[in-house]
Design a protein around this ligand. Structure first.
Ligand code: NDP
Length: 359
């Protein structure tokens, strides 16, 4: 029997999250269930167990084989803030992904000792069937940290890749703007856009982040918190305007960008972190006139749309890593008990690169 810890959403966040919105719980986990075949009649005689059975053919059922996993690295991401409102109820375990090690297994697809990325929520240990688990790539190199499977070589990195390739379809020679540029998604956006021959302008919230982005090869970077005028900073960085805008921030920032877009410019609406903690929705300026007169294209997206391409995409990105063309930084918080602090810190901008928790 394993004692598991989990972080619960005690009450819905009102405005910026606070410590008292979270509660740490302990529970004893059941043993993972064994798989197997059973006669259908058996199901009808044990109705209280029916939830673990599924009917196969006309006469047999199978018990889903379960595994027990132990979290190694957990992720805190901006989406958890808006999703908590629409997908969670008070008392639910906070949603989230983790890199975990399989420590007990009845499921041959996930043998003991293998590493998986799982949608387990903020939990130290989880018993589950294979649903929501993905094996870390078989050929994951020894010298590449496993934490990247929830970072640059995981969901945030793929978001960057798909936003650029599938939504914006960026072309060599184009000028791209990305905000929250020193974060998990933004820092990968800028590097891939450079790889593809673009001029890249990035904005971030501290001088240290600006210096990091210059190191990564961004062409122009500015601290959006200290420039006297965002509009002037955008004009200075690219007087001819922007072909593409990878928007992680939304709100007022995006409104200032729209007039700086080139005719027929494209905008990938990836995130709106400047809006996530609002109690009252922000209003205007509205995008319509710029959208119409510049004939802009704006498309929202979720990374999961291209899930079928993930394996091939991760291999491509891993090759860039091996060639030294793609680099990642992580902001590591040690200790499961510090997850709420890491989450709130990320929303405040404390992280450069991906915010992760090492158990
Ligand atoms: P980051 O690692 O970039 O962390 C969040 C960063 O946002 C902070 O470090 C901070 O950096 C910045 N920030 C916070 N508040 C504000 C604000 N009011 N104005 C401007 N910047 C702010 O997070 P991710 O890279 O994981 O995510 C970036 C965006 O991408 C988010 O909006 C997220 O929701 C979205 N996303 C969307 C996905 C999709 O499928 N569409 C998938 C993954 C992420 P700074 O110091 O620069 O202010």
């Amino acid at each position: 029997m394993v004692q598991a810890k989990s972080w619960i959403l005690k009450q819905h966040f009102e405005g910026f999250p606070k410590d008292s919105d979270f509660e740490l719980k302990q529970e004893q986990l059941p043993e993972p269930k064994d798989g197997g075949w059973w006669l259908k009649e058996f199901v009808f005689s044990t109705l209280d167990c029916i939830c673990v059975f599924s009917v196969v053919g006309n006469s047999c059922v199978t018990v889903v084989a379960e595994v027990l996993v132990e979290a190694v690295f957990l992720s805190v991401d901006p989406y958890m803030r808006p999703y908590s409102r629409v997908r969670m109820q008070p008392g639910d375990v906070m949603i989230g992904t983790q890199v975990a090690k399989v420590i007990q297994s009845n499921n041959p697809a996930f043998p003991v000792g293998c590493h998986v990325v799982g949608r387990c929520g903020w939990r130290t240990n989880t018993v589950l069937d294979g649903t929501g688990l993905t094996r870390v790539l078989n050929d994951w190199p020894q010298d590449v940290p496993l934490s990247l499977a929830i970072g640059g070589l995981g969901m945030p990195g793929l978001t960057a890749l798909y936003g650029l390739e599938e939504v914006l379809a960026i072309k060599p020679g184009e000028t791209l703007l990305v905000n929250a540029a020193a974060g998990a998604v933004g820092s990968v956006v800028g590097q891939i856009a450079k790889l593809k021959g673009c001029k890249v302008v990035g904005s971030a919230g501290s001088d240290a982040k600006v210096a990091y982005l210059k190191e990564l090869g961004f062409d122009h970077v500015f601290n959006y918190k200290t420039v006297p005028s965002l509009e002037e900073a955008l004009k200075q960085a690219s007087p001819e305007g922007y072909d593409c805008f990878f928007d992680n921030v939304g709100g007022l920032f995006s409104s200032v960008v729209l007039p700086q877009m080139k005719y027929l410019g494209r905008i990938a609406v990836c995130g709106g972190i400047s809006l996530y903690n609002d109690e009252e929705p922000q209003t205007g300026p509205y995008p319509h006139l710029n959208m119409i007169f510049k004939e802009l294209r704006m498309e929202g997206f979720l990374v999961g749309r291209w899930e079928h391409k993930n394996e091939e995409s991760l291999k491509r990105m891993l090759a860039w890593v091996k060639e030294g063309k793609l680099k990642f930084r992580e902001h590591v918080t040690v200790g499961f008990e510090n997850m709420p602090a890491a989450f709130m810190g990320m929303l405040k901008g404390e992280n450069t690169g991906k915010a992760i928790i090492k158990v």
